[in-house]
Design a protein around this ligand. Structure first.
Ligand SMILES: C[S@@+](CC[C@H](N)C(=O)[O-])C[C@H]1O[C@@H](n2cnc3c(N)ncnc32)[C@H](O)[C@@H]1O
Length: 311
């Protein structure tokens, strides 16, 4: 399919297509043993710049596409009425750096757990944790939906986003949600194991892809985090992962699929959750899309999802 690497940057305009292209290149390894590494490097660069271009459109908030996605996100979260409080105070719109380096010294210090009794009205309620929560709207939506029955914690490395989420939480008077500015890879275990109630749900949704191989160690889902999720999750608890980048989704899946003695994919438990032939869920099971998901789908990308349950 990709006999010449030169045509790749021209034809690769959709994330979905890029994901497919990576797979095709990998499949061609044996035929182009000397050339394929170059193909992969080119593809990797294209994927990265394409993803970043999409991201920068999001953060600049000035381009037409960005306006459209912002409107769609407002629509998705209309229930929250956050738009109403955008303008109040300085904190409604924040400009943030595209990426931070989770390996830098600043982010290597584990966060001390808060006093859960102060944070939540009832700190024995089942807990839902969203890792790399971004703007936090997804979790706020869940907190509103499960008010009085669940607590929610959002872990996000970028402090400005957390400040804004906490501002929104206060304005919305939600007492069952709390955002923590921390490197989740480092702090998850201490935070979650100190929580007095059961951990029933963990999500890792559209994490930063860190395309370059040497940057894979910056990815949020690392083995110690996976071990901690498995250890802390209560029986019957669920782990939900998704990405608009197939390579990233596959690397997350490679962490969870081999844990077959502890985790089952949801469609093996409940066949009404349908999957494609590769085992990716055909539909979003949450009833709400994340911001990244909205942006990505607007760009024509596919979202690769898996939902596991602890047995
Ligand atoms: C692409 S965004 C996705 C946000 C959200 N989950 C969504 O789907 O819209 C990834 C988020 O993960 C955050 N992040 C990256 N590494 C992190 C880490 N080690 N700990 C906590 N958050 C992290 C980033 O700052 C960013 O907000």
């Amino acid at each position: 399919m990709f006999g010449s690497g030169l045509c790749i940057p021209v034809i690769a305009t959709e994330a979905q297509f890029l994901n497919l292209a990576i797979l095709c290149c990998k499949a061609q390894l044996s035929r182009f043993s000397s050339r394929v590494p170059t193909h992969l490097i080119i593809l990797n660069k294209v994927c990265r710049s394409y993803w970043l271009r999409r991201s920068s459109l999001d953060s600049e908030g000035i381009k037409c596409q960005s306006k459209k996605t912002a409107e769609l996100v407002d629509c998705e979260y209309a229930d929250l009425n956050i738009k109403e409080i955008y303008g109040r105070g300085q904190i409604g719109h924040v400009r943030i750096r595209q990426h931070v380096n989770p390996l830098s010294l600043l982010f290597r210090v584990p966060m001390q757990a808060p006093d859960w009794d102060i944070v939540f009205d009832d700190c024995k309620l089942p807990l839902m944790v969203d890792i790399g929560t971004g703007s936090g709207r997804f979790l706020m939506w869940l907190a509103k939906r499960f008010y009085n029955s669940r607590n929610c914690v959002g872990l996000e490395i970028r402090q400005k986003l957390v400040q804004r989420s906490q501002f929104w939480v206060k304005e919305l008077a939600l007492r069952n949600i709390h955002f923590i500015s921390t490197n989740a890879t480092i702090s998850f275990d201490d935070l979650v194991s100190s929580y007095p109630g059961p951990l029933i749900f963990v999500s890792v949704l559209c994490p930063d892809p860190h395309f370059k191989k040497r940057h894979h160690k910056r990815r949020i889902l690392q083995k110690p985090l996976v071990d901690s999720i498995l250890k802390n999750l209560t029986t019957g608890g669920q782990v939900y992962m998704q990405s608009d980048v197939l390579e990233v989704a596959m690397s997350m899946r490679d962490h969870f699929d081999p844990q077959a003695d502890l985790l089952k994919h949801i469609h093996a438990i409940d066949p009404s959750f349908s999957c494609d032939v590769d085992g990716w869920l055909l539909h979003n099971p949450m009833g709400i899309r994340t911001e990244r998901e909205v942006h990505a789908e607007l760009q024509g990308a596919r979202i690769y999802r898996r939902l596991y349950q602890k047995i």
